[in-house]
Design a protein around this ligand. Structure first.
Ligand code: FAD
Length: 281
């Protein structure tokens, strides 16, 4: 059972354009009021926007005084690119990195995709571990990574990632807590004992079901598809129903003693605040 140690954290993405930074900082100010233990910042696997990730992480770390977890990907990067990002992170005093393989962006050629120096996240983790004194996080998949041959194979590779130096894991979004609890058991029985943060994305529109959920191959519990059937046509009702579902899902995880809850905030501070204020930690 929960012994009140569940950590709360959030994910944000950097703005695409320079003139959107003021808005992004205002969003972060509001998220900071919710007292997350850390805020993670995504990284475009194309590599070209890495500076924006560092700029947002810098604000979180140095203006807000909250631990920033900067994402970094193998895809789109040579060793020299990784070295350059590491230098920027060091200059901003950022010590926490979520090391990922990344997915192939739609506009990336086969040649660009294959030309990365690190094939898997575990290789990037090994490299980063030997380079800076980073605290390294890795990604994990309660319902299996879409490319993995089997759950067993995915777990073997996850264990390699932890052995390489990932000291904490964050899951892909999921909606079925039983799948998460089963995954957590499998991790433990396979000797993966590092903290696992449950990644929760509030689904507040029927469109998100068609895009985010189906793209990530997340299974949808009947209780949620019933909500979409009932409220999908009414944006405000669907928003409320989606937030309510996320609150119930997260509360169950807290009561089930999850190490951490990582809210994919989608840069929506109001929605994130509505969820966090309803939780009992
Ligand atoms: P890996 O751990 O490298 O695994 C990828 C696949 O390879 C898996 O199927 C695994 O089983 C397999 N594998 C691993 N090692 C081996 C091996 N030695 N031999 C054979 N197979 C192996 N993407 C972004 O572009 N930017 C982001 O900011 C971003 N943030 C994310 C945050 C979280 C919390 C999560 C869960 C995902 C995020 N992603 C992001 C998406 C991520 O890049 C993709 O899910 C990607 O497909 C896999 O990344 P990974 O780090 O888990 O890869």
């Amino acid at each position: 059972m929960n012994d009140n140690k569940t950590i709360l954290s959030m994910e944000v993405f950097p703005p695409k354009k320079e003139d959107e930074f003021a808005n992004a900082f205002a969003t972060l100010d509001q998220l900071a009021d919710l007292h997350p233990a850390f805020i993670s910042v995504t990284y475009g696997a194309g590599g070209s926007r890495s500076k924006k990730t560092v700029e947002i992480a810098d604000y979180i770390q140095n203006k807000l005084g909250i631990t920033a977890l900067a994402h970094m990907t193998c895809v789109g990067n040579k060793v020299s690119d990784i070295d350059a990002v590491c230098e920027q992170l060091a200059a901003a005093n950022i010590t926490h990195v979520l090391a990922l393989r990344g997915d192939r962006p739609a506009d990336m050629t086969d040649e660009q995709y294959e030309s990365r120096d690190f094939v898997y996240a575990s290789e990037l983790i090994t490299y980063l571990k030997g380079k800076n004194d980073f605290t390294l996080y890795g990604a994990c998949y309660p319902e299996k990574h879409f490319e993995a041959m089997s759950t067993r194979a995915d777990l073997i590779h996850l264990k390699e990632k932890v052995k390489a130096g990932a000291s904490e894991l964050i899951t892909q979004l999921f909606m079925d807590n039983d799948a998460f609890y089963e995954f957590r058991e499998k991790c433990l029985s396979n000797g993966i004992t590092v903290p696992i943060h449950a990644g929760i994305m509030p689904i507040t529109s029927a469109k998100q079901v068609a895009t985010t959920i189906s793209l990530s191959a997340t299974s949808i519990p009947k209780s949620f598809s019933d909500l979409v059937a009932r409220y999908g046509e009414s944006p405000e009702d669907m928003r409320k129903a989606g937030i309510d579902f996320a609150i119930r899902q997260i509360q169950d995880l807290i009561d089930g003693g999850v190490d951490g809850v990582h809210i994919y905030s989608m840069n929506k501070p109001k929605m994130t605040a509505e969820i966090v204020s309803a939780l009992r930690f």
